[in-house]
Design a protein around this ligand. Sequence first.
Ligand code: PGA
Ligand code: ZN
Length: 425
Amino acid sequence: VIEQVKAREIFDSRGNPTVEADVVLSDGTLGRAEVPSGASTGEKEAVELRDGGDRLQGKGVLKAVNNVNTEINKALHGVSPFNQANVDQIMIDLDGTPNKARLGANAILGVSMATARAAAEATHQPLYRYLGGTDLELPQTFHNIINGGEHADNAIDIQEFLITPVERTSFRDGFEKIVNTYHTLKKVLEDAGYSTGLGDEGGFAPDLKSSEEALQMLHDAIIKAGYVPGKEIAIAFDAAASYFFNRETKNYDFEGKTYTPDELGEYYVGLLKKFPEIISVEDPYSEDDWDNFIKFTKNYGDKVQIITDDPVCTNPKLIREAIERGMANSVLIKLNQIGTVTETLEAIRIARKNGYTTMISHRSGETGDTFVADFTVATNAAQLKSGAPARSERVEKYNELLRIEEELGTDGTRLAHFPDNVKFD
Ligand code: PGA
Ligand code: ZN
């Protein structure tokens, strides 16, 4: 049973405070987890409790830490760590708000993840095995190698430009192709006279003139690295359009121009036609613009993967609504958007049951915790985005997948493949 739950304030990859939680079992087993934090957060995300005031730019998490050490510790004392749903429900009930605003989703998620870790540890299993059982596969990974939007100080308004390995014989083989393309992109940018400093997710943050130029750089890098675009390496982007939506005019102020929602759709289609290796588009419209998001899905949902992130925030209720209204054909999954392991599993279940694909995601503010790597394998979520193959808080997730592949032993049959029914032409 759970003997003690304890938290402390640590720091994330952007130097901001975050929560680390320990769950100690009566036999002395320790489970520990660190909580990530987003920058382009959705409005409906569960509440990340911050202290406010002067200390650490108001971003301290001592209130959340204190909630773990007092109320949550008391409520979970003597509870079995092997019933994750029960542990999570106790914390949800204790919080008593619909969005975890009282105790903090950062407090609750830390304990939720640490509980799973402690239970895995106590049963001498790797986390992915404890959460997932047998018949597991390695995901297709998406790597953000040019950073824009809220993640970089450049003029590009699309937030993430990602590459993903398509044809590959193993997870390692695919990852090597990504690493080669990443290093080649650095040369391509240097040759064009751009800076190769890194953004929040380990991708380059060059001062390119436009998103189209960013895609051209990726396209050139893939070829220069010796790969066939679309066949060996494909491209995806996350527009994170909530961040360039004009709430007054209902238009989109994008890279120096104003686009009506229809014009923005035409712009995207232009990109998809020019770069047919783009296989996935995330948040093409704002979280405040469901109608146009739905319209875009109706028009292009059979040609490209369309992911909803900000509009649904890993919230089972919002995901149900999105599915009913025909928004997107894929759901982005972030544990800290909803705040417990159990609710995240529920979000994945709903998406999959309705034929939506799922992509698990890191946050732009990350820690060394590799929970999402194990979680992706455990849920057979098939897709994971965790940043560039650079900066340890990103790479450690991929290193964990390399270890898992070694344990599972792959002959290429344990690899998730991108659904090939969605192809733009
Ligand atoms: P965030 O970005 O972690 O800053 O929210 C990730 C995303 O928008 O997918
Ligand atoms: Zn996103």
